[in-house]
Design a protein around this ligand. Structure first.
Ligand code: SF4
Length: 338
């Protein structure tokens, strides 16, 4: 069985962030509005460590939710120093922080290096300046390019977070953003399709009709193209879509937009469907009958190829006029038709 990695999340909502991006309501997304103290962080760490099995090869701690390098340096050092005993004992092997592109400097990276931070993730959101301005980001795409380069040159692993579907965004701009991302060769990407959360400026824009979020179908189609670009270039896609939120009825923070707990799977499955379509198109060019066919799928990704409720199989049957598609599984990495 392959060895796993786990990430211990520590949320620091809005610490270090004087900005108010139109889409952001960190308190609601993280479900927390209080800043962590040492006993609280230690309790989270102990809870995770007590559940680590022998199949886990790497334990990472991640500070999520704020702009880490925007916090006063003394407080950054305090947070990071709490983790050092676990690193010295080998119980935690690395630290990940997330921050804004315009909060990256040589000095801020030197501080992170001193405390064994391994990965620096940037909330890039888009590489289009019009989108960044309409979203209240307060930095340019050039700031992001420079920050990613500096992070990599300083010897850190790098991560880029993208938010397709923001105000003034288009599918073409999002694909261009993915192209620039690929050219920067980050280690990790996250794709968070923009959703309208309660108590954000985006909610006001949505209510006044000045912003229309993408539908689930538009999101799946666009993000499957972006996913394919990253996947085919060996970039690690660590998340697509917001984490499933635990809310009671009447307290749903999502006002509108493409929020779905399985959106990541739906995106991967659309990407796989495109590969199967190409395969069936080639097959169809040499076969005109509608007899049942046997489709040999890589066992490892079988669910993604088949799709939710077998939707990819139904789609292919209809599109290529087939009476049936019988799925079989193989160790091969590519699908084929028998
Ligand atoms: S997205 Fe980041 S930079 Fe923008 S308001 Fe939220 S925490 Fe601040």
């Amino acid at each position: 069985m392959s060895k796993k990695r786990i990430t211990i999340p520590v949320f620091i909502p809005h610490i270090g962030c004087p900005h108010c991006c139109v889409f952001c309501n960190q308190w609601r997304v993280t479900g927390s509005s209080s800043q962590p103290n040492m006993p609280a962080v230690a309790a989270v760490i102990e809870k995770y460590l007590s559940a680590v099995s022998t199949s886990v090869e790497k334990v990472e701690l991640a500070f999520f939710g704020g702009s880490f390098t925007g916090i006063e340096p003394e407080l950054q050092e305090r947070y990071l120093s709490w983790i050092q005993p676990y690193i010295e004992k080998g119980e935690i092997s690395s630290i990940r922080v997330s921050t804004r592109p315009d909060y990256i400097t040589g000095a801020s990276l030197a501080l992170l290096k001193k405390y064994h931070v391994e990965t620096v993730e940037l909330g890039v959101q888009s590489f289009d300046d019009e989108v960044l301005e309409a979203s209240g980001r307060g930095h340019s795409s050039d700031d992001s390019v420079k920050a990613v380069k500096l992070i990599k040159e300083s010897g850190f692993r790098s991560g880029i977070q993208l938010l397709p579907g923001l105000p003034k965004d288009t599918p073409q701009k999002s694909v261009r953003t993915a192209e620039i991302t690929v050219s920067l060769k980050p280690d990790d990407v996250r794709i968070y399709p923009a959703v309208v959360l309660k108590d954000t400026a985006l909610e006001t824009l949505f209510s006044s009709g000045d912003y229309t979020p993408m539908t689930i179908e538009e999101t799946v189609e666009l993000c499957s193209v972006m996913y394919g670009m990253f996947y085919e270039n060996g970039i690690n896609i660590i998340r697509m879509g917001l984490h499933p939120m635990d809310f009671t009825e009447g307290d749903n923070p999502v006002v509108a937009g493409p929020y779905h707990p399985a959106i990541g799977f739906m995106i991967k499955s659309r990407y796989r469907r495109r590969a199967l379509e190409t395969l069936f198109k080639d097959w169809r060019s040499e076969h005109s009958d509608s007899r049942p066919v046997s489709l040999l799928l890589p066992g490892k990704n079988r669910e993604e190829f088949i799709g939710m409720n077998r939707e990819n199989i139904f789609y292919l049957k209809e599109k290529f006029f087939l009476t049936d598609i019988v799925c079989k599984y193989t160790d091969n990495s590519e699908p084929s038709i028998q």
